[in-house]
Design a protein around this ligand. Structure first.
Ligand SMILES: [Zn+2]
Length: 285
């Protein structure tokens, strides 16, 4: 059973489990701005000339200390929006399956759960998204996440709007699969069809992105490929007017794949494969 957004699936009770990464999501206090030296300088009572000189000196100091440091980090000019699927807070209600559509689908869904790891899908998706963000940033990409933590609810169309508003070069939706059969296995890419009525101009680049990501992902992980599923039933894909793919990374209901995907060393392979696919899409024709 595919458990991407907009598909019917079992709505399991979302258990709120604190993970290490969530604990570290606490707000970081903004450091107080340093008071400029010029503000501290008070006129010397002995001589107004001295005071003026001190002010000039302070200004010079201020100018030097407030100059923007030259950043050494090279950016490659590409923007990637990562969408870790689902959340512990499931956005309720329905929304149109695409712009102008009369057909409505659930705004979001609970996702699947690891049969061995005990992880929820939204936790695994977030773990991969955060690791992938770090790797992509090292490679020069600007990376934006659609949800900041596992307690933020967001609908599938809202996820796509974040990619649209960012003018993303890549919108990557990160999911894992679930099935009633514990033997179901493998990764799959999902993109719109060539006759998609909502964003018809997006097919060719979205299909190319899907191929790049899926092929590099299975090459890096050794997981089997279930190939690409072209469908116009995914709300988040139908609302996106940038190149979009949904990667089903593997089956959390398969004990072997679930254990692998929860393993930090294997996650590094998963993330490398996805990043290689994004590189290939962005920098080859
Ligand atoms: Zn999912």
């Amino acid at each position: 059973m595919i458990v991407g957004c907009g598909k019917k699936e079992s709505h399991e009770g979302a258990t709120r489990i604190m993970t290490t990464e969530e604990v570290t999501e606490a707000e970081v206090a903004t450091p107080e701005e340093a008071t400029p030296e010029a503000m501290k300088a008070t006129p010397d009572a002995a001589s107004s000339q001295d005071a003026r000189a001190k002010k000039e000196e302070a200004k010079t100091t201020e100018k030097v200390t407030t100059e923007e440091p030259t950043t050494e980090q090279q950016t490659n000019g590409k923007i990637v929006v990562l969408d870790p699927g689902h959340s512990s807070v499931v956005n309720g209600g329905t929304e149109p399956i695409g712009p102008g559509a009369s057909e409505q689908k659930a705004a979001d869904s609970a996702g699947t759960r690891g049969s061995t790891s005990g992880l929820t899908e939204y936790e695994l998706n977030m773990q991969i998204a955060l690791k992938l963000q770090a790797v992509l940033e090292e490679r020069g990409y600007t990376v934006i996440l659609t949800r900041p933590d596992n307690y933020t609810g967001i609908s599938c169309s809202e996820r796509a709007q974040i990619a649209n508003n960012a003018g993303a070069d890549v919108f990557l939706r990160i999911h894992a699969d679930g099935s009633e059969s514990s033997s179901a296995s493998g990764a799959m890419g999902i993109c719109i069809t060539s006759s998609n009525p909502y964003v018809p101009g997006m097919y060719s680049e979205s299909r190319r992105l899907t191929d790049c990501v899926l092929n590099e992902y299975v090459a890096a992980t050794g997981l089997s490929s279930r190939s690409v599923w072209e469908t116009d039933t995914m709300t988040g894909n139908n609302w996106s007017n940038v190149p979009t793919t949904l990667l089903e990374m593997g089956f959390m209901t398969n004990p072997n794949e679930d254990a692998l995907m929860a393993d930090p060393a294997f996650q590094d392979k998963m993330v490398d494969g996805i990043a290689n696919g994004i590189d290939k899409f962005c920098f080859t024709d």
